[in-house]
Design a protein around this ligand. Sequence first.
Ligand code: TXA
Ligand code: MG
Length: 355
Amino acid sequence: MNTIMAEVASDITEAEPSEELQQAAEILKSGGLVAFPTETVYGLGGDALNPAASQKIYEAKGRPSDNPLIVHIAREEDLSRVAREIPEAAYKLIDVFWPGPVTFIFRKQPEVPDSTTGGLDTVAVRMPSNSVAHELLRRSGVLIAAPSANRSGRPSPTSAAHVWEDLNGKIDMILDGGSCQYGIESTILDMTETVPVILRPGFVTKEMLEEVIGEVAMDRGADRPAGNIRPKAPGMKYTHYAPQAKMYIVEGQTKNVVRCINRLVKERQAAGCRVGILATKYNSLAYEGDEVIVVGERSDEVMISANLYRCLREFDQRGVDYIYSESFAGGRFGTAIMNRLLKAAGYRVIQAPSI
Ligand code: TXA
Ligand code: MG
């Protein structure tokens, strides 16, 4: 299969016809697969109500079919086509956060095929804010099932080039809408529990949700190594987001972290290994690794998260054996960023000794 890669502006308005978008819409309507940009990461879309289309998504990604897909919608009235027993609290949250980077879990309508929900009787739904995604949904009239458009196990794609790397030849079309705004996947909130539960942290934080509806819980399985406590979102049990190199996060005061990383680098290099460092801009010149990649400025968490997966992919391309990363805990979005970074690092954390 040839994959078509088409550039589309991400500030498309209704008045601006785009042949590429029309072609993508037709592909979706006829059961094909289109990768498209969202504000979080690129999605691999197919018709959510067509079992054959969701089947194809699993095949293209090499994804286990017990791992359910997120249904993307453009209009609030489409929610009740796929979900039932929608609590009042959900509508309050939708008012504030949709369109945007939050996914809700509800009981599913019978029309949603088991292949889309991985056999669960619940369904994940999200309304993206990215204009290309929105326009694709609107033109196709299709409710789009879309996981992240990476090969299973790889970091999620934040540009069309990443999708091409992973899925070229396996899907019908890639819509190129530039780089994703946030760079990490949506917050997932399970609305089927009396106290809603965050199954995956993201840019819509626990505090932001609680401001609107009061108490929200955090799934304890979401932030742990596989095997300890089973996460409620099936996808969270896989070590994903992982680069090929073995990665470690080094925590502590800045000067101790820099010293500790440089010492570890020397040891690895002495053993003949190539070492990468994931650094913030200010510290980057103080490191002595083979490949120092700057993820952003420490004060700009959105920049850090937008660049994170691209940096992990870049380490793969540069062929390093080990990666040492600074820690990004603390700030407003620290929970979401560290959730992905810890998974990428297989939960390997080193405390930098202070001297
Ligand atoms: O930002 C995002 O959410 C991106 C963009 C493309 O929208 N999508 C995304 O999809 O990250 P994916 O498939 O890579 O991750 C979806 C996660 C998986 O961990 C899956 O197990 C969980 O959502 N999930 C989906 N449906 C679920 C359900 N009914 N119950 C519990 N977890 C569910
Ligand atoms: Mg994914």
